[in-house]
Design a protein around this ligand. Structure first.
Ligand SMILES: NC(=O)c1ccc[n+]([C@@H]2O[C@H](COP(=O)([O-])OP(=O)(O)OC[C@H]3O[C@@H](n4cnc5c(N)ncnc54)[C@H](OP(=O)(O)O)[C@@H]3O)[C@@H](O)[C@H]2O)c1
Length: 292
């Protein structure tokens, strides 16, 4: 089976590395070629464009930033979908909205090719360790066929139903992620305004039943103001926008999510888009609540 991987950013580079360790040949492409260097050193095969990569592949993975990026790489100039073999399968691991996944699948199916949405929960470290959680939508027979490939990159593989259901679940997961970080940051901002000791508050909240466990993994980042990106804040903002849009399409009322979304929007407007999403803490403590 010939496999291709497009999109070698924070997540894609690490996912591709875990695939490469387990398959006989891995074809790769990334807009910025230097991000493929480590993979090429380990034996991955470089392709000059998405279209060239897809030509003989049986399975193509994408891990791209936004729906717009996915659309351009798949259907734009040098797009890969037209070059895929009949019957070949595209797995999109990017976080996109479910109606986008379904629209893409329609175009792909019309060309007698196959599509699954397979976004992931988990960040840089789980991607590196092959411990992602896959949320998959698509035909059960397609799922059975490629499940073993996902197992090289993930510790849990969930098939949630037809195309779009993986992206739907990802909207749910990231609405929790984004809001939990904001809730924690807001609680600390309140504590600070009441002259409570920050370290003591961390001790009380982190590890306790009120705080999402992933915030414990961010503790050192928050304490040291070290916001090197594991999950860029601009993609957290993107995902909350996609969740809000999905809610609009399905007549779901989400007041808290929309308020949280605008806090990330403010952080991004303050130059924090390329920092880790946990930098929203810094924004709430030092920008929204700076009383100097
Ligand atoms: N980081 C996380 O913790 C995490 C966790 C779960 C899901 N996700 C999702 O996974 C996806 C990738 O995230 P990431 O953190 O790996 O982001 P990233 O490091 O910013 O990587 C984004 C990738 O998309 C490519 N790209 C963007 N626009 C493009 C365009 N117009 N044409 C071609 N390629 C384009 C980038 O290419 P260049 O290298 O050339 O810029 C890069 O390969 C996003 O949908 C994100 O929401 C991220």
């Amino acid at each position: 089976m010939k496999i291709g991987f497009i999109g070698l950013g924070i997540m894609g580079s690490r996912m591709a590395m875990n695939l490469l360790k387990n398959v006989t040949e891995l074809n790769v492409y990334n807009r910025t070629k230097s991000k493929a260097d480590e993979l090429l050193e380990q034996g991955a095969v470089w392709n000059e464009s998405p279209a060239k990569l897809a030509k003989d592949c049986d399975v193509v993975f994408t891990m791209l930033s936004t729906p717009k990026a996915v659309g351009e790489v798949a259907f734009g100039e040098d797009g890969f979908v037209e070059q895929m073999k009949k019957g070949a399968l595209w797995l999109d691991c990017s976080t996109v909205n479910p109606s986008f996944s379904r629209m893409v699948a329609d175009s792909v199916l019309k060309q007698n090719k196959r599509f699954m949405d397979a976004p992931v929960a988990g960040s840089l470290k789980p991607a590196e360790n092959g411990e992602l959680v896959f949320l998959v939508g698509g035909e059960p027979t397609d799922f059975d066929e490629i499940r073993y490939l996902l197992e090289y990159m993930g510790k849990a593989i969930h098939h949630l139903g037809s195309v779009g259901k993986g992206s739907s679940a990802k909207m749910v997961v990231n609405s929790m992620l984004g809001q939990a970080m904001v809730a924690f940051s807001e609680a600390i901002a309140l504590g600070k305004s009441l002259d409570l000791d920050n370290d003591k508050l961390f001790e009380i909240l982190i590890g306790g039943p009120l705080t999402a466990p992933f915030i414990g993994l961010k503790e050192e980042k928050l304490k040291n103001s070290e916001y090197s990106p594991e999950f860029p804040l601009k993609w957290m903002h993107k995902d909350l926008n996609l969740a809000a849009w999905s809610a609009y399409e399905n007549n779901c009322v989400l007041p808290a999510l929309n308020a949280g979304k605008e806090i990330y929007s403010g952080a991004k407007a303050n130059g924090m888009g390329d920092l880790d999403m946990s930098a929203v803490y810094d924004y709430m403590i030092n920008k929204l609540n700076n009383k100097q």
